[in-house]
Design a protein around this ligand. Structure first.
Ligand code: NAP
Ligand code: ZN
Ligand code: ZN
Length: 347
């Protein structure tokens, strides 16, 4: 067993604190990764605070993991010592169901094995990337392109794929008007990727504070949702709306911004369900959908797309000791645009 240093939540109401546990020794198909950086996703907060229910403790959050291969099992083919690699939101799945065999492991019929707050097939709990190292089957390990700096690559493993996948699925591209609600970790990647795909991008943010940033990230238009006239001005305007807000918002108001046959995709997962009126959908044959991260093949495709278009995340690097402060700042929307933990101090 490999002794591993980490930060963990011991319960839903306690701040994260130092924690030690053991990782399994690499099996024949496993890659042992020394974690360099881990992004801080809002899902880490939701789960560490048990906002979705069913959290298990102690919890070591973190599913935007990048690092260097330290050792490989005897049967590993894709990776060698020293390779730059990443791990996203899941570390295993059944591998045989229709979803798994078609590259949609996130929808595995047996349930994917979450990188943390999950259970391995042998029944042991999974611990995530707020730690010094991780051991993962090579099938669930991604390659980080050389041209992307490791710290700015980390958030691509969740925020990147969670926005790339729906943008691709709903054909964001030239001639398409795409709106992004919420300019946080997911939102800022949605803007960069949609812009790179050639779509006309609008940011819908609570205030005008992030307007200059949004333009720099690639947005064509920016509106404050605190201004009621925004909803009049933009009525019937968008082909696609990505909702990346971590809190409850009035979905009906935003559905009014879709064109006929337009689609709003829910990415954010607030703790309470939001009411949707049939009237918001039937007038204009509108679609309300959702999207969950992305499969391994598509995640690699997204990383390569980002390298090709020179995209990465805008980050604020923090030591792991600042994680509780970072959570508070994220809840206030005070992050530009992703906290990334430098795990050096745990090595
Ligand atoms: P984040 O960095 O905290 O960004 C969320 C943004 O939402 C904020 O920056 C803010 O943008 C806006 N916002 C926050 N509170 C709001 C409120 N009360 N009213 C209106 N807008 C508000 O979070 P994130 O890491 O991007 O994650 C966003 C959500 O997606 C979370 O719920 C997370 O769990 C979920 N998620 C889902 C998936 C998936 O696969 N579907 C994957 C990852 C994360 P402005 O300042 O611009 O208004
Ligand atoms: Zn995430
Ligand atoms: Zn499966």
């Amino acid at each position: 067993m490999i002794k591993t240093k980490a930060f963990a939540a011991q319960s839903a109401t306690q701040p994260l604190s130092p924690f030690e546990f053991s990782r399994r020794d690499p099996k024949e198909n496993d890659v042992q990764i020394e974690i360099q950086f881990c992004g801080v996703c809002h899902s880490d907060i939701h789960q560490a605070r048990n906002e979705w229910g069913g959290s298990t403790f102690p919890m070591v959050p973190g599913h935007e993991i990048v690092g260097i291969v330290k050792s490989v099992g005897s049967n590993v083919k894709k990776f060698k010592l020293g390779d730059r690699v990443g791990v996203g939101c899941f570390v295993d799945s059944c591998r045989t169901c229709a979803s798994c065999t078609s590259g949609l492991e996130q929808f595995c019929s047996q349930g994917m094995v979450g990188t943390y707050n999950g259970t391995e097939k042998d029944g042991s709990p999974t611990y995530g990337g707020y730690s010094s190292q991780i051991v993962v089957d090579e099938k669930y390990v991604l390659r980080i392109p050389e041209s992307i700096p490791m710290d700015a690559a980390a958030p691509l493993l969740c925020a990147g794929i969670t926005t790339y996948s729906p943008l691709k699925h709903w054909n964001a591209g030239p001639g398409k008007k795409v709106a992004v609600i919420g300019l946080g970790g997911l939102g800022h990647m949605a803007v960069k990727i949609a812009h790179a795909m050639g779509a006309e991008v609008t940011v819908l943010s609570q205030s005008l504070k992030k307007k200059d940033d949004a333009k720099r990230l690639g947005a064509d238009h920016f509106y404050a949702t605190s201004d009621a006239t925004t909803f009049e001005k933009l009525a019937g305007n968008f082909d696609l709306i990505l909702n990346s807000v971590s809190a409850e918002i009035d979905l009906n108001a935003y559905l009014g911004l879709l064109k006929i046959d337009g689609t709003m995709v829910l990415l954010g997962v607030p703790d309470k369900p939001a009411p949707v009126s049939a009237f918001s959908l039937i007038f204009g044959r509108k679609n309300l959908s959702g999207s969950l991260i992305g499969g391994i093949k598509e995640t690699q495709e997204m990383l390569d797309f980002c390298a090709q278009h020179k995209l990465a995340s805008d980050i604020e690097l923090i030591p792991i000791q600042k994680i509780n402060e970072a959570y508070e700042r994220m809840i206030k929307g005070d992050v530009r645009y992703r906290f990334v933990i430098d795990l050096k101090s745990l090595h």
